[in-house]
Unconditional design. Structure first.
Ligand code: AMP
Ligand code: TRP
Length: 338
């Protein structure tokens, strides 16, 4: 709390999301929902990380549309340009510039230890350097704003640790400059996709979009895998292993959740009906988001203006950090020579 004599500075938070189009339930429950709630308490910066996306071989014809669609999702769920900075990474060149400078203090061994790197590298024949260096750019995203904390999912814990190491190493080599950003790991856990097994993810194609209309939500949820042991409608189900049930917990009221569990165990309601209730509740929960999204899709110039203003505010902070970093690293030779 501010005591009235010193200005109260809210903690600064940064987070980023890759542009793969409209957000899905996993993105919403695992990240966006929390981001929206954080806007009251923190000074927030929300970034669409298109410079990161290119490391996974994004189609250049699709990338701009994916950036726009994610921006619409951001605004639709309630990320608020009045209270937070919302922008696209490639609009603020300081991120990539700082990432280059961080190469100087980051051991290759640390990058090679990242599980996400090992996982991605094992799946391609020739590994692009960008996949290895990905966490350096992520560290730059965060540190260029001297963010205090970063809300992320469990899978990003290691990247955050690397960002803290980069801050520490930079400070040791060039003088105290960056705070070590804390990871704020959410408790939503891993939202499973409609296959009932893998993490819900665009790349697997097991998602439900947050802006889908009821018929579309239904078309997706209808395909969801339920308890594999429940083959016939008359077989009793096990809600505790059923992914449809776990989604009900997010979207249905307590009474419905209880009723769904009871009827599943007693085999008095079939999976199809249970899924119908879920689809309806998902579509109803997101109705206000669809309305806002429709507005922004009809007014793309408004989205562009918001992202332009966001980039401008971001640049103001980032360029000040870069001036300090360049000076500390001896990259201001004209000034230094006088
Ligand atoms: P991605 O689209 O995988 O880059 O994820 C963007 C953000 O959404 C990250 O912060 C993730 O933690 C979150 N996220 C994505 N998919 C899921 C999921 N299936 N369960 C929980 N969180 C997720
Ligand atoms: N790597 C993150 C992910 O895949 C996205 C990201 C990029 C990010 N830069 C960031 C997250 C900075 C937090 C802070 O989810």
């Amino acid at each position: 709390m501010s005591d009235g004599t010193t200005p109260h500075r809210k903690k600064r938070i940064f987070s980023g999301m890759q542009p793969s189009g409209e957000a899905h339930l996993g993105n919403y429950l695992g990240a966006l929902k929390r981001w929206v709630d954080m806007q009251d308490e923190y000074d927030c910066i929300w970034c669409i990380v298109d410079d990161h996306a290119i490391t996974s071989g994004t189609d250049p014809r699709e990338l701009p549309g994916n950036v726009f669609d994610l921006a619409v999702s951001f605004l639709a769920v309630g990320l608020d340009p009045e209270r937070a900075i919302i922008f696209v990474q490639s609009d603020v060149h300081e991120h990539t510039e700082l990432a280059w400078l961080f190469n100087a203090v980051t051991p290759v061994g640390d990058l090679e230890r990242m599980t996400q790197y090992k996982d991605k590298a094992s799946r391609v024949e020739s590994v692009p350097a960008g996949i290895l260096n990905y966490p350096i750019l992520q560290a730059a995203d965060i540190l260029v704003y001297k963010a205090d904390a970063v809300p992320v999912g469990e899978d990003q814990r290691q990247h955050l640790e690397l960002a803290r190491d980069v801050a520490r190493k930079f400070n040791a080599a060039y003088g105290d400059t960056f705070p070590e950003p804390a990871a704020l790991i959410g408790d939503a856990g891993r939202i499973r996709g409609l296959d009932g097994d893998a993490k819900m993810s665009k790349s697997i194609g097991n998602t439900v979009g947050i802006l889908a209309e009821l018929d579309e939500v239904w078309a997706r949820v209808r395909t969801a895998v339920t308890d594999p042991q429940r083959v016939r409608r008359t077989d009793p189900g096990r809600p505790e292993v059923c992914n449809v049930f776990s989604l009900h917990k997010f979207f249905s009221d307590e009474e419905t959740v209880e009723d769904v569990a009871t009827q599943c165990r007693a085999a008095t309601r079939g999976c199809v009906e249970c899924k119908k209730i879920l689809a309806e509740n998902i579509a109803a929960a997101f109705a206000p988001f669809r309305e806002r999204a429709a507005h922004y899709r009809a007014h793309p110039e408004e989205v562009k203006r918001i992202l332009d203003e966001g980039a401008e505010k971001a640049r103001a902070i980032a360029s000040a950090t870069m001036a300090e970093v360049r000076r500390k690293m001896g990259l201001r030779w004209r000034d230094a020579l006088g």
